[in-house]
Design a protein around this ligand. Structure first.
Ligand code: SF4
Length: 146
């Protein structure tokens, strides 16, 4: 029989601060299930889809990558290794890829998604301005609508 325990934690996805009750397989150190904790003052036992299902990457070393602390690129697609580069090279690399995609498929092939946590109102404003004025699309949204 699998040994497990209940662990309460705060959802990391947005600023609402829902409390998640995780069921953890203590033998294999894996999360088996997540649900809204009745202790959560903000969420009162409920979670959105991100809180309910957005933890599976923790159990999968193919999805989980270490936090990136310096600019890095993959020169030839998802399978190539991450390579540390300067900020200038990383920004030019991303800009060239975006320009190539826009030339090939039009600006509506690009979407910008803002984050609810951390960057604040000014960053959200800059994100929508960049998408509309620089990229040329209205495809801009916010993680809370995922
Ligand atoms: S609303 Fe969703 S993403 Fe935000 S804290 Fe609650 S469960 Fe997490």
């Amino acid at each position: 029989m699998t040994a497990y325990k209940k662990v309460n934690t705060i959802c990391p996805y947005c600023g609402t601060g829902c409390v998640i009750e995780c069921t953890v397989d203590t033998e294999h150190n894996r999360i088996l299930e997540a649900k809204g904790s009745p202790d959560g003052v903000n969420n009162e036992g409920r979670l959105c889809l991100k809180g309910l299902y957005g933890w599976d990457y923790l159990n999968d070393p193919q999805i989980l990558t270490r936090r990136i602390q310096k600019p890095m690129i993959r020169r030839s697609g998802k399978k190539s290794p991450l390579e540390e580069v300067s900020w200038d090279e990383a920004i030019h690399f991303a800009a060239d890829k975006l320009k190539t995609l826009i030339r090939q498929y039009g600006p509506d092939c690009v979407m910008g998604a803002g984050s609810a946590r951390g960057p604040g109102n000014e960053a959200a404003y800059i994100t929508q301005k960049f998408m509309r004025a620089a990229i040329g699309t209205n495809n801009v949204d916010h993680c809370a609508r995922i």
